[in-house]
Design a protein around this ligand. Structure first.
Ligand code: COA
Ligand code: AMP
Length: 633
């Protein structure tokens, strides 16, 4: 089949408003949009400014009423808890409506913020949808963050309620959420009034009288009383959620998502980008704490009437490297979406894919990869063992859906390893130099997107239009700065090569080295520090910290290095995967005092390097090399 991509992208270019008006017909609105785009609303404009709708209605009730009541809507599968559960659309709607009623009884109304701090269980999805049902704005915080990170998000979002569970489960350990939550609330200046906690059998948490409420008993009471919250009418431009993501400073950015544009964009992608039909099973093996989880575990598959999967496990070790194949076989999954790091992990453990022989994975039509650069070796391996197209696509928390991809539903374009293919309709992607001039094909530059961003992308940062403008819109006027660098080839394929800021990508998780440096600098013995992302065969990148000790500190450097590793785990969380700190005598700097992180990275990666002409003292680079040699790097 030849691809309709050029025709469809051309139609969008010719008349973007007509394109999105057509896509909007796939949504059940309460008041359908008369106006498609208002260029004067918000920071760069608003999509569907006069429409009203409810996202939860479109994700659940619409399908229950439209003939999918008995179809599985959500499958929960947990090798870690040894538990499985299938919810039909009708069951899921009833659970969500009851939970929304419980929240209303707790005083939550439209516009209130609710933090969801939960592991990968079905109730996390229910929590998000219950918020959407009553117009509360959810903010999900990933379970691998430490109390301080949670506190920062509580302070920014000022939630009235926190929905949580007693624990998460990681291989070999129970992650007790409640002590982390209590500590975060203690640290936060903004105190939430109430906590609704789901006790899991693996860990029974201590409750605080008057503040903490038991999820199971309130749900039971609500169901017995026949309570079910109806869907609230919301403006399409009302916020659906806030999702915090790493910025260049330690303070995360509160990416806002609206209701209307988000539904329109995600619904469009399910058929056209992912090639999925309603009724099929779609599995995003990510976490609800990340944007991939928000868009492709929760909202998009449900808006489309597909079956979504919540998997509480890992690609390896739960119990083995055949875990993904077992899932595909058991639930007849049509498309799998994960990060390349998951496939690197499987390949490392089972290079000949011997586990595959035990399962029937013939339902799988496509593997989608995103979250970090998909290295060609991993893509080739996945293609060979699975025998299906392996599609890399590029996107960000900010955009909420793919900027560049290979639209399987419109007809597959030839796959080029190393490239996520071409811009999706809605995105006019340009490669520019520092003065915002276009660069020629094949040359690296900053990747920017011409404004306005399409529906589904962030309208702003939570209560911070100024930071939105400063972070994304001011450097290249008229464009959104992606902070990724890359190039375009002569066929129009894009290549995304890395960030232009201090963000690194560790196992598909986005982390700020600036944020880690703040933690290192807080150690009482540290005078100066630098954190870089060093190449890692499994996780893509791994953080590596260099510290210079204060004059007069006479302690064993190995002890201090250990304390620093523990400090990052304590302040940011295990997800930072910060395992290596190196004490050095001095940091290499330019004559104007700028730390040469780029050169240090090349040394750590064993890439070729030369001392920059502006370096203050080239000897320091040799010292860095020797210090890394001592650590076996
Ligand atoms: N709650 C608490 N801790 C968590 C956590 C959670 N939800 N998720 C991860 N962690 C912990 C891990 O247990 C690990 O702790 P450790 O240092 O004690 O071992 C640490 O955070 C680092 O986690 P991670 O980087 O994920 O490494 P891992 O060794 O646990 O697993 C992979 C490696 C490749 C198997 C894993 O990263 C993976 O499956 N990644 C898929 C990528 C993904 O989901 N990306 C999201 C965007 S698409
Ligand atoms: P996040 O906001 O966590 O989704 O991370 C977004 C960042 O991850 C992007 O800015 C890129 O740097 C990187 N990224 C995501 N997907 C890809 C991809 N397919 N190829 C290269 N980099 C990617």
């Amino acid at each position: 089949m030849s691809s309709r991509y050029l025709e469809v992208y051309g139609a969008w270019q010719a008349d973007p408003h007509a394109f999105w008006a057509q896509a909007a017909r796939e949504i059940d609105w309460i008041r359908p949009p008369q106006k498609i785009f208002d260029p004067d609303g918000g920071v760069y404009g608003h999509w569907f400014p006069d429409a009203t709708c409810n996202t939860c209605y479109n994700a659940l009730d619409r399908h229950v009423d439209g003939g999918r009541a008995d179809q599985p809507g959500l499958i929960y599968d947990s090798p870690l808890a040894d538990s499985k559960r299938i919810y039909t659309y009708a069951q899921l709607r009833d659970e969500v409506a009851a939970l929304a009623a419980v929240m209303q009884d707790m005083g939550i109304v439209k516009g209130d913020r609710v933090i969801v701090y939960m592991p990968m269980i079905a109730e996390a999805v229910m929590a998000m949808l219950a918020c959407a049902r009553i117009g509360a704005v959810h903010s999900v915080v990933f379970g691998g963050f430490a109390a301080k990170e949670l506190a920062t998000r509580i302070n920014d979002a000022t939630p009235r309620l926190i929905l949580t569970a007693s624990c998460g489960i990681e291989p070999g350990r129970i992650v007790k959420y409640k002590p982390l939550l209590d500590q975060a609330i203690e640290l936060a200046a903004a105190k939430p009034e109430k906590v609704l906690l789901l006790q899991r059998p693996q860990e029974i948490a201590q409750m605080i009288e008057g503040r903490d409420y038991d999820w199971a008993s309130l749900m039971q009471a609500a169901k017995e009383a026949g309570k079910a919250a109806p869907c609230v009418e919301l403006a399409a431009t009302d916020p659906l959620y806030i999702l915090y993501t790493s910025g260049t400073t330690g303070i995360p950015k509160g990416v806002v998502r609206d209701n209307g544009g988000h539904m329109v964009a995600l619904k469009w992608t399910m058929k056209n980008l992912y090639g999925i039909e309603p009724g099929e099973a779609f599995w995003a093996a990510s976490d609800v704490g990340w944007v991939v989880g928000h868009s492709y575990i929760v909202y998009a598959p449900l808006l489309h009437g597909a079956t979504t999967i919540v998997y509480e496990g890992k690609p390896i070790g739960t119990p083995d490297a055949g875990a993904f194949w077992r899932m595909i076989d058991e639930y007849k999954i049509a498309a799998l979406f994960t990060a390349p790091t998951a496939f690197r992990a499987i390949r490392k453990e089972d290079p000949e894919a011997k586990h595959l022989a035990r399962y029937d994975v013939s339902s799988l039509r496509t593997l989608f990869l995103a979250g970090e650069r998909a290295d060609p070796a991993t893509v080739e391996w996945a293609e060979t063992i699975l025998g299906v197209p392996v599609i890399d696509h590029w996107w960000q928390t900010e955009t909420g859906w793919g900027i560049v991809g290979n639209p399987v539903g419109l007809g597959l374009l030839p796959v080029k390893h190393g490239s996520p293919t071409v811009p999706m309709p809605g995105y006019d992607v340009r490669i520019v130099d520092e003065a915002a001039n276009p660069v020629e094909d094949g040359r690296m530059g900053s990747i920017v997107v011409k404004l306005p961003l399409p529906p589904g992308c962030l309208p702003t940062l939570w209560q911070n239009d100024e930071r939105m403008r400063e972070s994304y819109l001011s450097e290249f006027p008229g464009y959104y700065k992606t902070a990724d660098a890359g190039y375009r080839d002569a066929d129009g394929y894009l290549y995304i090569m890395g960030r232009t800021d201090d963000i690194i990508n560790v196992a598909g998780h986005r982390l700020s080295t600036g944020g880690m440096e703040e933690v290192l600098a807080s150690h009482p013995n540290v005078a100066e520090c630098a954190v870089i992302g060093m190449k890692d065969a499994l996780k893509g990148e791994a953080p590596l910290g260099f510290v210079v000790l204060k004059a007069g500190v006479d302690r064993d450097p190995a002890e201090i290095e250990k304390e620093i590793v523990a400090l990052v785990r304590d302040k940011i969380g295990p997800v930072a995967a910060f395992k290596t700190a190196v004490v050095v005598d001095r940091l290499p700097k330019t004559r104007s005092g700028k730390i040469l992180r780029g050169t240090m990275k090349k040394i750590a990666d064993h890439d070729e390097w030369t001392a920059p002409a502006t370096i203050d003292d080239p000897m320091i680079l040799d010292e860095i090399g020797r210090a890394l040699g001592r650590k076996g790097i």
